[in-house]
Design a protein around this ligand. Structure first.
Ligand code: PA5
Length: 449
C-alpha cells in the first residue's frame, strides 16, 4: 500500500472495544458525507474530483504549464488560505529541498514563488527584487475574487507585468483561477481576455488542491499531475467502505474523536522530513477550518522532527497532557546516505559508521513514539511509502475524507468557515471600505476609550 495507518501505539489510551463502539456513529457520519444528508452538503464535490474532474480543463492546465515553462523564469502564484497552501505544500513535498536555489536549467521549470499570502510590504518588495529583469507570469487564485491580500499583491505584480511587457503581452501571461461565473476577478479576467480556470462551486478552499487551484502551479513546477490525480483516485476507491475494520481513513477519524473526548484536545501533525513542513500547514487549515467551530474542536498544531525535539520536545514529553500526535512517516526516502567512517573516533560516532542516516532517522521516530507514549501522549502514524506525486495524491485524499467524517462525528458542519469573516469586517471598517464606515467609526471609538 502507498499509505497505511498505524494505531498500535494507542493501546495505553484506547481500549480494544472503543473503536468498534464508534461504528454506528461512523456509519451515520458516512451517510451524511456520502448521501448529502449532513450540514454543508453543497460542498462535497471534492469527494469525486479524482475520478470525475474536468478533462478538458485538465488538458488546458497542462498546456498552460508548458507555456509558462517555456516563457517564464518565475511563476508568481497569488492566493491565500485554501487558494495557497495546497500548491505550496505539494511543490515543497515533490521537489528537491533546495529547489528554489537551483538554476532554471537544473530545475527545468520556473521557480514557483508565492505572493498575496500576507500583507507584508517587505516580502512583496523582496520578491520584486528577486524577479528583477527575469521573465515571469502570474497565476492569480481567488474563489471570491475579492480577498484583500491577493487583490493587493495582484495589483502590484500586474502593474509590474504591464510595465515590462505592455498591456497586450501581459494579458497572455496572466492565468486567473476563480469562480466559474461570479466575482471581481472573473469580471476582470473576461474583460482582459486572461485564460481562466475554475474553482468548482461545490469545493471549498481547503479542499481545492486537486482543482486548478493546486494543479496549475504544481504542473508548472514540473511535477506530474496525472500521477497526483491517479493516487487520489486510488484513495477515493480505497476509502468507500464505512466498516472501521477496513477503512483506515475512517479509523483515523474515529480515533482522533475518541481521544478528543478523553481530553486530548490538541493534535500535532509531525514529520521527519523538512520538506513536509508545509504539508502540516495545509493540514492545519483542513483540520482547523473544518472542525474548529461552535466552541469546540481539536486544535491542529504541528512539529517538525527531529528538529523540534530540541525545542518543543520538552513540552510534548512533560507539559500539559492534552496533546495527541499524528506522525506522517516516510518509509523510503528519495536518497539515503551512510554515516561516514573516520580515522579516529573522537566524536564517538564510530558505532554508527556505515549505518544509513535514514535508518538513524527511523530509530529516532521509534524512540520518540515510545518516549511520548510513556509520557502520556497518544501517537498515531500515517506511513507513506515514497515522496512522489502518486503517494501525495493518495495522502491528500486520506486526510480530506478523514476530516469530513471526523467533523460529522463531532456534530459540526465540516464544510463551512463562518468564523473567518469576523476580523475581515473589522479590518474593512478600519480601512474605510465603502459600506463598512459604521463598523470603522465604532471600532475607532472603542479603541480611543
Ligand atoms: O478556506 C477558506 O475559505 C479560506 O482559507 C479561503 O480559501 C481564503 O480566504 C481565500 O479565499 P479566496 O479564494 O476567495 O480568495
Amino acid at each position: 500500500a502507498h499509505l497505511s495507518f498505524d494505531s498500535s501505539a494507542l493501546k495505553k489510551f484506547v481500549h480494544d472495544n472503543e473503536l468498534g463502539e464508534m461504528q454506528a456513529m461512523v456509519n451515520a457520519a458516512d451517510s451524511q458525507l456520502r448521501n448529502g444528508t449532513g450540514a454543508g452538503a453543497d460542498f462535497r464535490d471534492w469527494l469525486h474530483l479524482p475520478s470525475e474532474y474536468d478533462q478538458e480543463e485538465f488538458a488546458r492546465i497542462k498546456a498552460a504549464a508548458k507555456k509558462i515553462q517555456a516563457d517564464s523564469d518565475f511563476l508568481v502564484t497569488i492566493g491565500i488560505g485554501g487558494s495557497y497552501l495546497g500548491a505550496r505544500m505539494a511543490i515543497d513535498f515533490l521537489h528537491n529541498s533546495f529547489y528554489q536555489a537551483q538554476t532554471p536549467e537544473a530545475r527545468k521549470a520556473p521557480f514557483v514563488v508565492f505572493a498575496g499570502n500576507s500583507l507584508s510590504s517587505s516580502y512583496l518588495q523582496d520578491l520584486i527584487t528577486l524577479i528583477g529583469d527575469h521573465d515571469f507570469s502570474i497565476n492569480v487564485i481567488s474563489k471570491s475574487g475579492t480577498t484583500t491580500e491577493p487583490s493587493i499583491a495582484f495589483r502590484v505584480f500586474h502593474e509590474l507585468l504591464v510595465k515590462k511587457y505592455g498591456e497586450e503581452a501581459a494579458n497572455q501571461r496572466i492565468y486567473a483561477t476563480t469562480d466559474r461565473a461570479r466575482g471581481a476577478l472573473k469580471t476582470e479576467a473576461d474583460a482582459n481576455g486572461w485564460e481562466t480556470f475554475v474553482i468548482p462551486d461545490g469545493v471549498g478552499g481547503r479542499y481545492s488542491v486537486l482543482t486548478a487551484v493546486g494543479l496549475l502551479p504544481i504542473a508548472a513546477s514540473g511535477a506530474d499531475i496525472d500521477q497526483l490525480m491517479a493516487g487520489a483516485a486510488e484513495a477515493e476507491k480505497a476509502y468507500v467502505d464505512p466498516d472501521l475494520s477496513k477503512n483506515e481513513a475512517y479509523q483515523y477519524a474515529a480515533y482522533r474523536n475518541i481521544l478528543y473526548r478523553k481530553g486530548y484536545t490538541t493534535e500535532l501533525l509531525e514529520n521527519y522530513e523538512p520538506n513536509m513542513a508545509m504539508f502540516a500547514e495545509w493540514w492545519k487549515q483542513l483540520a482547523g477550518e473544518s472542525e474548529g467551530k461552535d466552541q469546540k474542536g481539536i486544535y491542529p498544531s504541528s512539529a517538525n522532527f527531529t528538529t523540534d525535539l530540541h525545542s518543543l520536545g520538552q513540552y510534548i514529553q512533560e507539559g500539559l497532557r492534552n496533546l495527541m500526535e499524528t506522525v506522517v512517516k516516510l518509509d523510503t526516502p528519495n536518497h539515503d546516505l551512510d554515516v561516514p567512517g573516520a580515522a579516529n573516533d573522537l566524536d564517538g560516532l564510530g558505532y554508527l559508521e556505515g549505518k544509513s542516516i535514514d535508518w538513524v532517522n527511523t530509530q529516532a521516530y521509534k524512540a520518540v513514539v515510545a518516549a511520548h507514549n510513556a509520557g502520556g501522549v497518544p501517537v498515531m502514524t500515517v506511513h507513506i511509502d515514497e515522496e512522489n506525486e502518486y503517494t501525495l495524491g493518495y495522502m491528500i485524499y486520506f486526510f480530506e475524507v478523514a476530516m469530513g467524517i471526523s467533523g460529522y462525528l463531532n456534530g459540526i458542519n465540516p464544510f463551512n468557515q463562518p468564523g473567518v469573516e469576523a476580523y475581515k469586517t473589522n479590518m474593512f471598517g478600519l480601512l474605510g471600505k465603502p459600506g463598512f464606515e459604521e463598523v470603522g467609526d465604532q471600532l475607532r471609538a472603542e479603541m480611543d476609550d
